[in-house]
Design a protein around this ligand. Structure first.
Ligand SMILES: NC(=O)C1=CN([C@@H]2O[C@H](COP(=O)(O)OP(=O)(O)OC[C@H]3O[C@@H](n4cnc5c(N)ncnc54)[C@H](OP(=O)(O)O)[C@@H]3O)[C@@H](O)[C@H]2O)C=CC1
Ligand SMILES: O=C1Nc2ccccc2C1=O
Length: 302
């Protein structure tokens, strides 16, 4: 679970590259449709520049683009780390007609044209007998079966709160979740109450999506002068400072960009480190503002 150079070590002993490149948000497609050649080209460029961790999901509909980019990049499969997510639905899902997580992963692999993914997540905790025909523990059992068959190397969850994690941990699982991917930034230090601390105590690595919020959509807050000051101190961009803060809090940032200079800047994140007092200042000043972009039902906790 700790950051060691360019990798985090997971609780099962495997490693995961310390910064993820996302293919959701700005790349999100509503249908498989035509291949997004801009995404393929940008991913090939990102991989050639040195990105080895790609974040995908069933619902992004970008699996074919990822698979094509991997092939075109010429990089060996074992040198890349690919995440996929089973789309379990929003909290308002009436009745799921989608395949179960086991069948969904097989479908994704066909789209990627790959033999395995490195990490497979339940995208949300909104799974019940009523909506899916199986509960969240049974959904987890499908992921365990995939791991046992070698189709996924590691399994985890996303957008899970403490009580959702407890359901899995209390079921005496054969494989525990190694990751919980949640919205996390200096302006949202807990997606749901206590989740970061609980995950750390239980050996679950937190992955942060939306990590750049304080310098993108959440700009105009108390961190503005702090980030300006620290960017000068370290001779880095404000984006690098705010993403390095994520790493320095023991969390793995999943970010994205279409721009070469920003992709290169992401790759420098493991080459410097913030002083403890600067990490503390960002954490404390960041708590003065809450900025949440996704799963706004959790704003009841703000
Ligand atoms: N599990 C889940 O439920 C979710 C998972 N995710 C995953 O996380 C990934 C990343 O999430 P996202 O919110 O996009 O991450 P970030 O908060 O890092 O934002 C990245 C966005 O900000 C822009 N950006 C990057 N650097 C800068 C900069 N220096 N100045 C201004 N704008 C900048 C990028 O666009 P540009 O091209 O202009 O650089 C990009 O659109 C997603 O793609 C997805 O894979 C996201 C949401 C939910
Ligand atoms: O990338 C994503 N964008 C989203 C918007 C809403 C819910 C989930 C997601 C993603 O995973």
């Amino acid at each position: 679970m700790s950051l060691q150079g360019k990798f985090f070590k997971l609780s099962n002993g495997n490693t995961i590259p310390a910064v993820g490149y996302g293919t959701g948000t700005k790349w999100f497609k509503s249908a498989l449709g035509d291949i997004d050649t801009t995404l393929v080209d940008t991913l090939v460029q990102a991989i050639k520049l040195g990105f080895t961790h790609i974040d995908g999901a069933q619902i992004y509909k970008t699996s074919r683009e990822i698979g094509l980019a991997i092939k075109k990049s010429g990089i060996k499969r074992e040198d890349l780390f690919l995440t996929d997510k089973f789309f379990s639905g929003p909290s308002t899902l009436p009745k799921s007609t989608s395949p179960n997580p086991y069948d969904a992963l097989k479908q994704s692999l066909a789209e990627f044209q790959l033999e395995y993914v490195d990490l497979y997540l339940l995208h949300t905790p909104y799974i019940s007998k009523e909506s899916h025909g199986y509960d969240v523990v049974e959904a987890w059992n499908y992921l365990e079966k995939l791991q046992d068959e070698g189709l996924v190397k590691n399994i985890g969850v996303s957008n899970f709160a403490v009580e959702d994690l407890q359901k899995i941990l209390n079921s005496n699982p054969k494989h525990k979740p190694v990751v919980n991917q949640i919205e996390y930034s200096a302006y949202l230090q807990n997606q749901t109450p206590g989740v970061v601390e609980f995950a750390k105590k239980n050996g679950i690595l937190i992955e942060a999506y939306g990590p750049s919020a304080p310098i993108t959509k959440g700009k105009g807050g108390p961190l503005d002068p702090v980030l300006e000051k620290l960017a000068k101190k370290y001779n880095k961009t404000e984006a690098q400072i705010i993403l390095r803060w994520v790493l320095d809090t023991g969390v793995l940032p999943v970010t994205t960009s279409s721009k070469e200079d920003r992709i290169k800047a992401f790759l420098e994140l493991t080459e410097f480190k913030l002083d403890a007092e600067d990490v503390k200042e960002i954490s404390e000043v960041g708590k003065e503002k809450i900025f949440r972009q996704f799963f706004t039902e959790y704003s009841r906790f703000d």
